[in-house]
Design a protein around this ligand. Structure first.
Ligand SMILES: Nc1ncnc2c1ncn2[C@@H]1O[C@H](COP(=O)(O)OP(=O)(O)OP(=O)(O)O)[C@@H](O)[C@H]1O
Ligand SMILES: [Mg+2]
Length: 256
């Protein structure tokens, strides 16, 4: 099962991705979390202490080979478990974290090989180790243009109840269709009341977006942020964690 979490800047992608990883991992499944943001911060939400700095995924992990059709392709040089050993951080609750590399040459901003390696790692993690993979995407649509998201089964788009965030979700859905991603679903976050809920429901209905989960605005998240701690540890009974855990159960049921 391959999941990616996308959406406009600051909508709650990392909070949701990290919490989802932990609730999935607590069910007993092994989870691979990939921080696809060049400025990574998924580690905190995952409950990783200190500031470990493993080498980020880089194109050096790939080798070229010639496919049956004579075309040159790339694949991981080593088994994916070896990549976890050399590049992964073990997190609580059966989660392993990998980081996407920063742009290799300052100024050019080109991350092509980093994106190719994420694609290959996700593919191998599922094929070789049956892990659930959760990719926390950066706010720009760079990932999708590079086709990384082509290797996801479900793309969740996190939205907040304001117009630009909702419009971004509609654009992401269009792009996902072009990339032939099977399922796109919306997670509404920071919902403060009925007006917010209705605005999101109406937008989704009008634009054909599949609204799956509503997560209320939750003060405990601000507290977790202030303390630099994982919400799961600070307050596992908080309403946001409970909603994300319900989403996790749904995902596990559909993956069974
Ligand atoms: N349901 C919620 N209630 C209250 N605050 C929330 C909620 N979800 C997320 N937040 C807060 O919103 C802020 C942004 O969250 P987060 O970093 O997860 O967003 P992001 O989409 O990953 O951002 P970026 O685009 O910068 O990667 C954080 O301070 C987080 O604690
Ligand atoms: Mg983020």
């Amino acid at each position: 099962m391959k999941i990616a979490i996308s959406g406009k800047g600051g909508v709650g992608k990392t909070t949701i991705a990290g919490t989802l990883c932990r609730t999935l991992g607590r069910s007993g499944r092994e989870v691979l979390a990939i921080d696809g943001d060049p400025n990574p911060n998924l580690a905190v939400v995952l409950g990783i202490e200190g500031n470990p700095a493993p080498p980020p995924l880089s194109g050096k992990l790939l080798e070229r080979y010639e496919g049956e059709d004579g075309k040159t392709r790339v694949r991981l040089e080593d088994p994916v478990e070896e990549v976890f050993r050399t590049h992964g951080i073990a997190a609580p609750d059966n989660v392993t974290l990998l980081l996407l590399g920063k742009p290799e040459h300052a100024g050019t901003g080109c991350m092509c090989s980093s994106h190719a390696v994420v694609r290959e790692v996700v593919h191998a993690a599922v094929a070789e180790t049956n892990r659930i993979t959760v990719l926390d995407m950066e706010a720009s649509l760079e990932h999708m243009k590079r086709g990384t998201a082509k290797y996801v089964d479900v793309l969740y788009v996190v939205v907040e109840p304001y117009y630009r965030s909702l419009e971004a979700a509609a654009r992401i859905q269009e792009l996902a269709r072009e990339l032939e991603i099977e399922r796109v679903a919306v997670i509404a976050n920071k919902v403060r009341g009925d007006e917010d809920r209705e605005a999101i429901e109406q937008f989704c209905a009008k634009r054909g977006l599949d609204l799956r989960v509503l997560i209320p605005y939750d003060e405990t998240l601000a507290e977790a942020e202030r303390e630099g701690r994982s919400i799961v540890e600070l307050n596992g009974a908080s309403v946001a964690v409970q909603r994300i855990a319900e989403l996790g159960k749904e995902i596990l049921a559909s993956a069974a």
